[in-house]
Design a protein around this ligand. Structure first.
Ligand code: BG6
Ligand code: MG
Length: 246
């Protein structure tokens, strides 16, 4: 598992496809759909919530679903900053690392209980339909646990590329994770549509120059090109209709 990969290494996505740098490779004229993971393919947003709640209870800091909404798409470190709020300065870096380790241990214990039945309804069929339509498929997640979650829900082999918080340390709303996924797929940004449940993710996709479909309430993902209420509402033809015909 890549959870412990150091942040100071160069991102893994830079030099694939032999030794040809990404920027010098010809882009293939095809289309891609890039999925966020947590809250789009499966309900890990709830598991993150429960795990931060455990930590907040231990530390006696106020924490509820409203605070949790603001954590969607943010890195573990940025999430901790929001969870601790005014009390951030009370914890030195070693203690903060310890809190994040505890949160992650709680989260991974919950992930360990996941099965393929935890993929959201309709997602496996949607991925099949997109592949049959010739789309390249990627996951682009801020999480450093993305590959472990994909394994648990039986979707690890369903994607052409997976870029996570190990590969792209600048978390959403920075576009790095989406740009990296498109580079791995060798599909130019205007031919990519992103599926996101987080405001930070919608912002990141737009900054990457991609189309974006928001999953969830308009108050959260209203900045997207199209908003659907649930992952089960996603349709392959509707997603691909957002992209230029190739
Ligand atoms: C994002 C989630 O996908 O990953 C955030 O939306 C989470 O809630 C972030 O904080 C980092 O996840 P992890 O698994 O590396 O702690
Ligand atoms: Mg998400």
């Amino acid at each position: 598992m890549r959870e412990t990969a150091p942040f100071d290494q160069p991102p893994a996505f830079g030099f694939r496809d032999g030794d040809t740098p990404v920027e010098n490779r010809p882009m293939k004229a095809r289309r891609a759909v890039i999925f966020d993971l947590d809250g789009v393919l499966t309900d890990t947003a709830e598991l993150h919530y429960l795990s931060w709640q455990d930590v907040a209870t231990d530390l006696r800091v106020p924490y509820d679903r409203a605070v949790n909404e603001g954590l969607r798409g943010l890195s573990r470190e940025e999430s901790l900053r929001i969870v601790l709020g005014d009390r951030w300065g009370e914890f030195d870096p070693a203690r903060r690392a310890d809190i994040m380790r505890v949160k992650n241990d709680r989260y991974l214990a919950r992930v360990a209980a996941m099965t393929p039945a935890d993929a959201f309804d309709g997602i496996p069929a949607l991925l099949d339909a997109l592949r049959n339509a010739g789309a390249a498929l990627a996951v682009a997640s801020s999480s450093r646990n993305a590959r472990a979650v994909l394994e648990r829900i039986g979707l690890a082999a369903a994607f052409d590329a997976v870029v996570d918080g190990n590969d792209a340390p600048r978390s959403k709303p920075d576009p790095q994770v989406f740009t990296a996924a498109a580079a791995q797929l060798a599909v130019p940004a205007p031919r990519c549509v992103v599926v996101e449940d987080a405001a930070a993710g919608v912002q990141a996709a737009r900054a990457a120059g991609m189309r974006v479909v928001g999953v969830g309430p308009a108050e959260r993902v209203g900045g997207a090109d199209l908003v659907v209420p649930t992952p089960a509402s996603l349709r392959a033809d509707v997603l691909l209709a957002l992209l230029p015909v190739v």
